[in-house]
Design a protein around this ligand. Structure first.
Ligand code: UD1
Length: 411
């Protein structure tokens, strides 16, 4: 099965942003902290959510997913996250924290997921050890166990999103105070904190630290996910590339400051009102360099899309990623479409180029979104292999793009 895109159609109309993927995964996993009922609204129907639900069910939870709502009941019956599930999605490692916290043991296969450079989990493991866990690696599995877990101070060498979430989850379930120093500050961390507080955990945000007072017997929760800032940023870039007069509904402008500033610099004509963004179009695009950094910096997940965007800008632009420095696997594929882009020691350099449809392979989720946006502006037909990566993170993207006039179908 391939995704086929006929490029250079003028896009026009309305697009609505779905619930946050990176918010949904840790919130679904937070249900492992309690046996009480948890109800989550505005959950995007995407592969990563389905994989997370599969994992929760494997662990013993009863999960129903219908019309964007997820209802979770029951307790943990197994302390094992198998390779078949974990290999599909790296964020599966997040079940380690809550299950270890409550059951004092868990075996997790070493995660797979997006191939965006080396993605170790050493910060997660170091944190668990500090809290009193014993760690063994055997046959591709990480085996974590603990007699007694106790809150303490953990300094993260880097503000890793996943490690901060895992440590928030485990410390919510254990006695005593845990202080995470240098935590990640992404909006998805605030989402998880809000849910953990609803469950009865005491969490204080200090200067570059989080103080967590966990407890046993946490409550259930009811929570509605906010819009996905990365999906919103993706459609913003696609609209600026190929659109004239596109309305993006539920646009989380507050969490996309860095992108909005760069769009202004590039010369895109847009306006923001209440919860919507209107992209009127663009005249001549100026080249704008970016450096992806932890929040509130430019999001690494939009870095590959910016590279594609800059193929339409006069001059040349430098793209650097300080979060995943080797996240440039999409460049070879983009070159096959005629993009003048070269890898540099710390990123890539892209020049104005005329893109032409080609057969390309999607290497990971956000690279997939970038290649898709390239296909939308390329002359002729692009065939995208392995497009399931895009389905991991973008709800209904084919219908959404068709809705604004794109010619896109599966063959
Ligand atoms: C999350 C997001 C992903 C986003 C990324 C950065 C989810 C499901 N995924 O991924 O979309 O691109 O944040 O905003 O929310 N690192 C280590 N050791 C560790 C953990 C991380 O060296 O133990 C490194 C990584 O290799 C990477 C950097 O830290 O270079 C950032 O990774 P991290 O913030 O942990 O990203 P994820 O949580 O995997």
């Amino acid at each position: 099965m391939y995704l086929v895109v006929e490029g250079r159609k003028k896009l026009k109309g309305k697009i609505e942003i779905s619930g946050s993927k990176n918010g949904a995964l840790p919130v679904l996993i937070a249900s492992l902290l309690t046996d009480k009922e948890c109800f989550i609204e505005n959950v995007p129907d995407i592969l990563d959510v389905k994989t997370t639900i599969e994992l929760l069910q494997f662990l013993g939870k009863n999960v129903e997913f219908k019309d964007g709502n997820v209802l979770i009941k029951g307790g943990i019956k197994r302390a094992f996250a198998p390779y078949d599930i974990v290999k599909k999605m790296r964020a599966s490692i997040l079940v380690a924290g809550p299950v270890l916290g409550r059951k004092k043991k868990i075996k997790v296969s070493i995660p797979g997921g997006c191939l965006i450079g080396p993605r170790p989990i050493n910060y997660h493991i170091e944190g668990f050890k500090k809290l009193g866990a014993k760690v063994e690696i055997r046959g591709g599995d990480i085996i974590l166990s603990a007699k007694n877990l106790k809150g303490t101070k953990i300094l993260l060498e880097y503000p890793s999103v996943g490690a901060t979430e895992n440590l928030l989850l485990i410390s919510s379930s254990i006695e005593g105070e845990t202080v995470i120093e240098n935590p990640a500050n992404e909006p998805e961390i605030s989402i998880l904190i809000e849910v953990l507080k609803m469950m009865g955990v005491k969490i204080e945000k200090g200067v570059s630290c989080l103080k967590i007072k966990g407890r046993k017997n946490l409550k259930g929760f009811k929570y509605k996910l906010p819009p996905d800032r990365i999906e919103a940023g993706t459609y913003f870039i696609i609209s600026a590339l190929a659109g004239e007069n596109i309305l993006i509904k539920n646009f989380p402008a507050l969490h996309l400051d860095s992108l909005i500033e760069k769009m202004k610099e590039a010369g895109v004509d847009f306006s923001i009102s209440e919860e919507n963004l209107r992209v009127n179009g663009r005249k001549k695009l100026k080249s704008v360099d970016i450096e992806a950094n932890p929040y509130p910096g430019f999001p690494t997940d939009l870095q590959p899309l910016w590279t594609v965007f800059m193929t339409k800008a006069a001059g040349k632009s430098i793209i650097i990623d300080n979060v995943f420095p080797t996240r440039f696997s999409y460049i070879d594929e983009l070159r096959r479409m005629g993009a003048e882009v070269v890898l540099k020691s710390s990123g890539c350099e892209v020049k104005k180029s005329n893109l032409v449809g080609a057969r390309v392979r999607v290497p990971d989720l956000r690279a997939g979104a970038a290649l898709l946006s390239a296909a939308l502006i390329a002359k002729g037909r692009t065939i995208l292999e392995d497009f399931y990566h895009i389905e991991r993170g973008y709800e209904n993207f084919i219908e959404k793009l068709k809705g604004i006039g794109a010619r896109i179908w599966i063959e």
